[in-house]
Ligand binder design. Structure first.
Ligand code: ADE
Ligand code: ZN
Length: 335
């Protein structure tokens, strides 16, 4: 089963590039940029990765991102993720980045996006990974800050696929950002949003109705609202789930309690993703594997999840068709 999962062609639609910063790279970048971090060694960094909820993770995640300073740093970070993803047969990656985490520290928007973009181009040419970049607004910051960030992004709009919303969910509902998302949509950007990770189903409704999100990141708490599940099912709205993240951040007590299989069986367009793999103990195939073990997924479930990942991706029809054909050939050849 593990070999089947690792070789399964798949799309990854929910991965924060800052969340792929492995401790080794963090320590190396802190050294080369002469940034002080409170961790003396790779072991110290790993030992700090004990989280009790989303906020306890975010505090460490933003601290870790402080070592990223130069265009080369953003290039190295992104290319390392792509090399790792290629080993899990990720064929399409739609990658989040959090510009405010960097611009607030005095790193130019252009430095961040240029470094990431150059790595994506090389990943396409050398690794054959198709990709897109989604800029997330930090919801714990103000709507004005999100507006300023969109203004900084507009000269680079051709490098962006869409916009998203992440960071501390509870107390920061989607409505706070209605105007900036409207402006982003007018600029031709596609919309996704984290909702229903820790927050209530009302935040998922608002992500759909106020922000016009085309996918919901996480969305696991939608299960508390039968009308919402019906809507998600009727409108084929993808949920980009991240099982290892949910266990590390205690959204579910154990993987056996995760609702991924129930919602998949309920007909929802569920996908599996890694969120912040350097912090949560696994990349995308590790997430498939963990769920398979805990929830007893079968080969057909895995094929469905990989199919969903391409159907939920922002792809042109002919590219989607090509990826689904590749997946189909893999499944046939494996039998
Ligand atoms: N930023 C990085 N990972 C996140 C998550 N799981 N939820 C919200 N914001 C995030
Ligand atoms: Zn996330």
């Amino acid at each position: 089963m593990e070999a089947f999962i690792r070789g399964l062609p798949k799309a990854e639609l929910h991965v924060h590039i800052e969340g792929t910063l492995e401790p080794e790279m963090m320590v190396e970048m802190a050294r080369r940029n002469q940034v002080a971090v409170r961790f003396a060694s790779v072991e110290d960094v790993r030992a700090a990765y004990e989280f009790t909820d989303l906020q306890s993770f975010l505090d460490i995640y933003y601290e870790g991102a402080g070592v990223l300073r130069t265009e080369q740093d953003f290039f190295d970070l992104t290319y390392a993720y792509l090399e790792r993803a290629a080993r899990d047969r990720v064929r399409r990656a739609e990658i989040f980045f959090d510009p405010q985490t960097h611009t607030e520290r005095g790193v130019a928007f252009e430095t961040v996006i240029t470094g990431i973009h150059r790595a994506l181009e090389l990943g396409r040419d050398e690794l054959g990974i198709s990709s897109g970049l989604i800029m997330c607004f930090l919801r714990h910051l103000s709507a004005e800050s999100a507006h300023e960030t969109l203004e900084q992004a507009l000269p680079f709009v051709e490098l962006l696929l869409g916009v998203g919303l992440d960071s501390s969910e509870i107390g920061n509902p989607p409505e706070k950002f209605d105007a900036v998302f409207a402006q982003a949509r007018r600029a031709g950007l596609l919309v996704v949003a984290h909702a229903g990770e820790e927050g209530p189903p009302q935040y998922v409704w608002a992500a759909l109705d106020v922000l016009h999100a085309r996918r919901i990141d996480h969305g696991v708490r939608s299960e508390d609202d039968a009308d919402l599940l019906q809507r998600l099912s009727d409108e084929h709205i993808p949920l980009t789930m991240c099982p290892l993240s949910n266990i590390k951040l205690r959204v579910f007590p154990t993987m056996a309690d995760h609702n991924l299989k129930r919602l998949l069986d309920r007909g929802l367009l569920v996908t599996i993703n890694s969120d912040d793999p350097a912090y949560f103990g696994g990349y995308v195939a590790d997430n498939y594997l963990a769920v398979t073990k805990a929830l007893g997924l079968e080969r057909a479930d895995l094929v469905k999840l990989a199919t969903n990942s391409f159907n939920a991706a922002f792809l042109r029809v002919e590219d989607r068709r090509a990826f689904l054909d590749e997946l189909n050939r893999y499944v046939v050849a494996f039998e």
